[in-house]
Design a protein around this ligand. Sequence first.
Ligand code: HPA
Length: 272
Amino acid sequence: MEEIERIIETRDWLKSHGIDNIEVGIVLGTGLGELASHIEVEKEFSYNVIPNFPIATVEFHFGKLICGKLGGKRVLAMQGRYHYYEGYSMNQVVLPIRVMKMLGAKHVLLSNAAGAINLNFKKGGLMLVDDHINLQPDNPLRGPNYNDLGPRFPDMSQPYDGRLNQLIREIAQEKGIALAEGVYASVAGPMLETRAEYRMLGRFGADAVGMSTVPEVIACNHMGLPCACVSVLTDECDPDNLKPVSVEEIVATAKQAEAKLTAVYIELIKRI
Ligand code: HPA
């Protein structure tokens, strides 16, 4: 089956189960599922019942697709995302994003847990992603281009939507939430980086590093779907003073910071 047929099959299945007219798609990253509890749920599906959604492998991801009302808009939220390191193809990683677009989504809001490369940025803080560096060894646009989705050679001069970013800055300021801003580098993972790799990432111009998001942002840009991303900084990647960090600590730090992200995104959805 061609990828485009899989996307259509998934869209049709969701439509036939009452999911349609989506205004905003949301992707909740590691340790950041709480936003979903604010949704007035209309429908919700475990990923393992949705055609072409691979079965999620990482335990701390709930793997649920939730449709409902939030901030007066109809949203479709992914509680847990697919990562390249889990072994999925890039087409599998972004299938839900492509389906969101086909269900009407006009905006996509992403989130993730990331390591702070910029040492002025502190663990537990938020970073608005204004640009990225793709260091994953693949991307979802390799292979035949589906002209119905977007162009062969998409522009990436402003991968994160300027208007959404401006709203996020204003909302964070109004709420007294400190918001750093910078460049997110995506690596394949699943291991965290060595000291030499963190040093290299800093010299490359990255302010934060993580294992997700960029494939989804590439898919959004391909389809002309405005997106934004806020990272929760979960560890400080100081190559000259690197302490061991576990994924459990990363998840715990993301949990501590998630209320700030939730507050910003709920207000953003109201104002979109
Ligand atoms: N590296 C890669 N991914 C991450 C990190 C990190 O330091 N922290 C959270 N996700």
